[in-house]
Ligand binder design. Sequence first.
Ligand SMILES: [Zn+2]
Length: 71
Amino acid sequence: MPCEEYERLKSGYKSEMRQYAQFTYSENRQLLGTSDRKSKQIAKAAMERAALKSKEMMWHRATCEACQKEA
Ligand SMILES: [Zn+2]
């Protein structure tokens, strides 16, 4: 079992990815009623946050004893 902190990072990552998908696919975009330009900005920002979270996850796994035991 990964530790709680790792789960927290992972769920944060997942929600950023969900937002990215929401604003990336045109059928979702139409549903949300956001302009293309704005949607691209939101998707890009969400992708950047997701990339950051994924780095945090890697860094956490490299430094957390509980997570290392599990791997
Ligand atoms: Zn951990």
